[in-house]
Design a protein. Structure first.
Length: 337
């Protein structure tokens, strides 16, 4: 009798497993991915768990001989809302190919989960790096370092905004900028809130993103577009200058009210180079129409780079890369996604 019931149970589990695989495979196929972005889980080797959220676990993995990162989403988490968000993220992210955007490798399906596989950025997030710099009381970044980092992010955003219709990131912040190549390469990540810009006169979802970096027009439920990302870039650029989270003396909602109603902005240090101060002021203008485009920012930053004096052969002040290397000693930083 035990064998009989054991066999029936095994058959039922197998059928459930088959149904789960069919459902998840159909979901991946619905994403309109390129053929090479539909991955076989048999060709992916999951490694160490490096992160865990409310609906997914993140693992280091091996894909075709290279280190990558896999976000594993259990089938039970794939409700209607999650499928909508996942579909939106992957259909946009899968189209992107730029050195300053974290590369999307593809999706895989098993009977129990969906896997999102992307590039591994071994140095973690910009936010984590800035927090370490602040804790270590690291020297302020040089103008060379600021211009290089600002240019990389602006180039990635210019690429997004050149799509037709433009891709709005809508959650540009230091936590969503990842670091690679020993901290010298910056790449934009997390396209969960990204959307194609709505047509003229059409509203997009208000209060989308993170309050500390959110543009006033988004907070106020107004029509918004590409300038909202420019505002977020400026707030993050100030954070990169000071190593401080914006509005760190306020709760996020308090910061949002102060930005939307009082045009409050993070203080600019008196030591801030004049070109950076001017860029911040222009990019976080309360009037979205007065903010420059990322295309214009890239031109201005390249011009600024050309005017900077050559870097000295030796300097008494450590570069950001040297600071990061020193901080990393004794740390066990995990690859991030």
């Amino acid at each position: 009798m035990r064998k009989l019931f054991s066999g029936v149970g095994g058959s039922a589990r197998a059928k459930a497993s088959d149904k789960g695989l069919v459902r998840n495979t159909k979901l991946v196929e619905s994403m309109s991915l390129d053929e090479k972005q539909v991955l076989d889980p048999e060709h992916i080797s999951l490694g160490a768990l490096i992160g865990e959220g409310g609906f997914a676990k993140v693992y280091q993995c091996q894909l075709a001989g290279q280190i990558a990162v896999a976000k594993v989403i259990p089938s039970e988490q794939l409700n209607e809302e999650m499928i909508y968000l996942l579909t939106n993220e992957c259909t946009i992210w899968a189209r992107l190919a730029h050195d300053n955007i974290v590369s999307f490798y593809g999706m895989a399906s098993t009977s129990q989960s969906i896997w999102l596989v992307c590039e591994s950025m071994a140095e973690g997030s910009l936010q984590s790096q800035l927090e370490k710099f602040r804790a270590k009381k690291a020297p302020a970044p040089s103008m060379h370092e600021l211009v290089d980092r600002y240019t990389q992010i602006a180039q990635g955003m210019e690429y997004l905004h050149k799509f037709d219709p433009p891709v709005l990131h809508r959650d540009l912040k230091s936590a969503n900028i990842l670091l690679g190549n020993n901290g010298t390469r910056l790449a934009i990540a997390d396209f969960g809130l990204a959307r194609y810009q709505a047509g003229p006169g059409k509203k997009m979802t208000a209060e989308t993103g993170s309050y500390r970096w959110m543009a006033p027009e988004v907070i106020r439920h107004e029509i918004y577009g590409k300038p909202c990302d420019v505002y977020s870039f400026a707030i993050m650029a100030g954070e990169m200058l000071t190593y401080r989270i914006p509005f760190d003396n306020m709760m996020p909602v308090e910061a949002a009210f102060a930005v939307a109603r009082e045009a409050k902005r993070p203080p600019i240090p008196s030591s801030c180079p004049s070109p950076v101060s001017q860029m911040l002021t222009a990019c976080w203008s309360q009037d979205a129409n007065h903010r420059p485009t990322f295309a214009a920012l890239c031109v201005a930053l390249e011009a600024e780079k050309e005017m900077l004096p050559p870097l000295p052969q030796a300097s008494g002040t450590d570069s950001l890369q040297q600071q990061m290397a020193a901080i990393a000693v004794g740390d066990n930083a995990s690859p991030a996604v």
